[in-house]
Design a protein around this ligand. Structure first.
Ligand SMILES: [Zn+2]
Length: 92
């Protein structure tokens, strides 16, 4: 089954709202969805298109666990992305 473009637009907007809410926090994605959209939308955690849109905007630092805008992505290690604040902690 192919998602309609209406659905894709909605997921993009919802991901945008959730990403905005999570940025600068250590909340779980589940918490973010619940806060912004309501618990009835927790199924979005399994929605690939929604998750791709989240990934497009924010990431969780593997070291400190905070959400950051992708522009604050300092690089990638084997286990994931890290922020500029944690950048100094890595052995280069
Ligand atoms: Zn960090």
């Amino acid at each position: 089954m192919t998602a309609t473009s209406d659905k894709l637009d909605l997921w993009r907007k919802q991901a945008n709202d959730v990403a905005h809410h999570l940025s600068g926090t250590t909340k779980s994605l589940e918490q973010g969805i619940s806060d912004v959209l309501g618990e009835e939308f927790l199924h979005l955690e399994d929605n690939r298109e929604f998750l791709l849109n989240i990934d497009d905007k924010i990431f969780t630092c593997v070291t400190c666990g905070w959400w950051y805008e992708n522009s604050e992505n300092a690089g990638e290690r084997q286990n994931g992305f890290y922020c500029f604040d944690c950048d100094d902690g890595w052995v280069k």
